[in-house]
Design a protein around this ligand. Structure first.
Ligand SMILES: [Fe+2]
Ligand SMILES: [Fe+2]
Length: 190
């Protein structure tokens, strides 16, 4: 697994981009760090997955903003980072995880509300990100963005990353950012 911040990066939040700053804050103020220890898809941790979704969501938002569409970027990034904040390993043979695909959005919302004050958009992002499997659609554009970014990253992590010569989740968000015309991040190299 990758993406552990160096001590220098932890000390200098101003040098981090919006995704890294938000992830660091959620890790310091809550339990986002636990997600580093849970696998999401293949060898990709939940932490890597939600960072990829946040980066892909940011790229989509940038493209929309260039077209004159307003996006609440703070809620978008925080919601993306918290959308899978269920804080357990869904691969464990625990009967309560059998319906994980359907139940984890509400579990993630409950856990997130235990740790953070959430905006209405952030709640919508977390609760509705599994549409259409959970057949209640998002009701704000930020939640639609994360819903789409999550599908792309999940697909990439489960299928494309297994192909010879392909990387892990970081490449999923890089691919979206490339398509959206967003430059690579100088600090993370993504
Ligand atoms: Fe999810
Ligand atoms: Fe997800």
């Amino acid at each position: 697994m990758t993406d552990v911040l160096t001590s220098d990066e932890r000390c200098d939040r101003s040098a981090l981009d919006e995704v890294e700053r938000a992830a660091l804050a959620l890790e310091c103020d809550g339990r986002l760090g636990l997600t580093r220890g849970f696998i999401q898809h293949g060898t990709v941790s939940v932490y890597e997955h939600v960072r990829s979704v946040a980066r892909a969501s940011s790229a989509i938002a940038s493209a929309l903003e260039r077209a004159g569409v307003r996006v609440d970027r703070a809620s978008l990034i925080r919601g993306a980072l918290l959308h899978d904040y269920f804080l357990y390993d869904w691969h464990d043979a625990d009967p309560s995880h059998r319906l994980h695909g359907f139940t984890h959005p509400s579990c993630a919302l409950t856990r997130a509300e235990e740790d953070f004050e959430l905006t209405e958009r952030e709640r919508n992002i977390i609760a509705r990100h599994m549409f259409p499997l959970v057949p209640v659609p998002p009701t704000c554009r930020e939640a639609w963005i994360v819903c789409m970014a999550d599908k792309w990253c999940a697909l990439y992590e489960t299928v494309a990353a297994r192909l010879p010569g392909k990387g892990a989740s970081v490449s999923a968000s890089r691919h979206v950012r490339t398509r959206m015309g967003v430059e690579a991040d100088s600090m993370t190299g993504e």
